[in-house]
Design a protein around this ligand. Sequence first.
Ligand SMILES: Cc1cc2nc3c(=O)[nH]c(=O)nc-3n(C[C@H](O)[C@H](O)[C@H](O)COP(=O)(O)OP(=O)(O)OC[C@H]3O[C@@H](n4cnc5c(N)ncnc54)[C@H](O)[C@@H]3O)c2cc1C
Length: 369
Amino acid sequence: MRVLVVGAGPTGLVLALALRQRGIACRLVDRATEPSRHSKALGVQARTLEVMERLGLAERFLAASLPVRALVLHLNGGGAAPARLVLPEVHPRYPALVSLPQAETERLLLEAGGAAPERGVEFVGLDGAAALLRHADGREERDAGADWIVGCDGAHSAVRRAVGAAFPGERYPQRFILADCQVQGLEPSAVQVFPTPSRTLAFIPLPDGRWRAIAVLPPDAEVPEEPTLTPFAQDGVRLSGLDWYSTFRISHRMATRFRHGRVVLAGDAAHIHSPVGGQGMNIGVQDAWSLAAALAEGEAAVDRWAAEREALARRVLRATDLATRMVTAQGRITVWFRNRVLRTVASRPPLVRRVVRAVAGLNYPAPPD
Ligand SMILES: Cc1cc2nc3c(=O)[nH]c(=O)nc-3n(C[C@H](O)[C@H](O)[C@H](O)COP(=O)(O)OP(=O)(O)OC[C@H]3O[C@@H](n4cnc5c(N)ncnc54)[C@H](O)[C@@H]3O)c2cc1C
């Protein structure tokens, strides 16, 4: 059996490593001529570290990352006492969540050897069961040798388009801005959130001492296109050294089916969510690991995989949508109610534990052996 994996982001890299670990021949192609250098997804869940353990990479991930120790909710701005939620141990071996820039995650997966993507090779469509590929030098290729084609080619998936899969969902009206920068005045190793009626700010620590700042602004807010730290200004927080800056809108969408004959969709190609809760990349990595096991088993297992992952993605979309609406809530009464709920959760250890288990991905199935 041979599998063509389209896209060498976290999902495609894990799938290629997992397939080769199982002795399944696989070709991994990516249209980009080099890996992305952007930090993008930061949160790596305990459940994803279990996947890395099965790939023999958990120690490297732990050495390179920063465990997130607490979540601090500044529910009344910087002045009043914040609600501080210390993340309890919910996993026998791993922190619930570690912070690691996505470019580092991809580097560790690439350094593991065995994934070796062919770069500058773009999937452009299907000719019957064969994939049509275009190389960077313009050469076209008809890859007719694959028994399965897996689209791990991200949110704008060409594989998804080629099979005509619907991708229904909605765009959030809010505007998102992010920056990687230096921050002083915040407790290290803690994610800090400042939800106010006019905007929501979050600061996430990075392993190299920098921070990711995220601002969520109302739909009609002015968003500076030129890199600036102004949108992240907050009393008591000193910002400097702006590095990566990006402005974007987000959507939540999901392909109605993940399997289309011998073509399968995984990761962002199959489902995209709000970054609130940091689930996106994690679910993709977990899709990939369990898909390799299913492909090794055969047709019926791939059908079961698709049904399970569709149900899980639907659940995750609902949960991240609810979390996004809570974090971006506006209006005095809504914000008062939201803050009351958050304070109640933060003061009750059994509720904190439930929330942290969800953040760690422990509500999702354990990766198969
Ligand atoms: C600015 C930003 C911030 C983010 N922050 C977070 C966060 O905080 N938390 C979180 O969980 N997620 C976050 N995400 C989302 C996260 O990055 C994705 O969920 C994750 O990258 C999905 O991995 P993937 O491998 O499925 O797809 P991708 O990482 O998108 O990889 C797809 C790969 O396919 C390749 N490709 C595309 N089209 C083709 C083609 N036609 N032929 C060949 N190759 C192709 C691309 O070059 C790319 O390498 C963020 C994303 C962005 C853009």
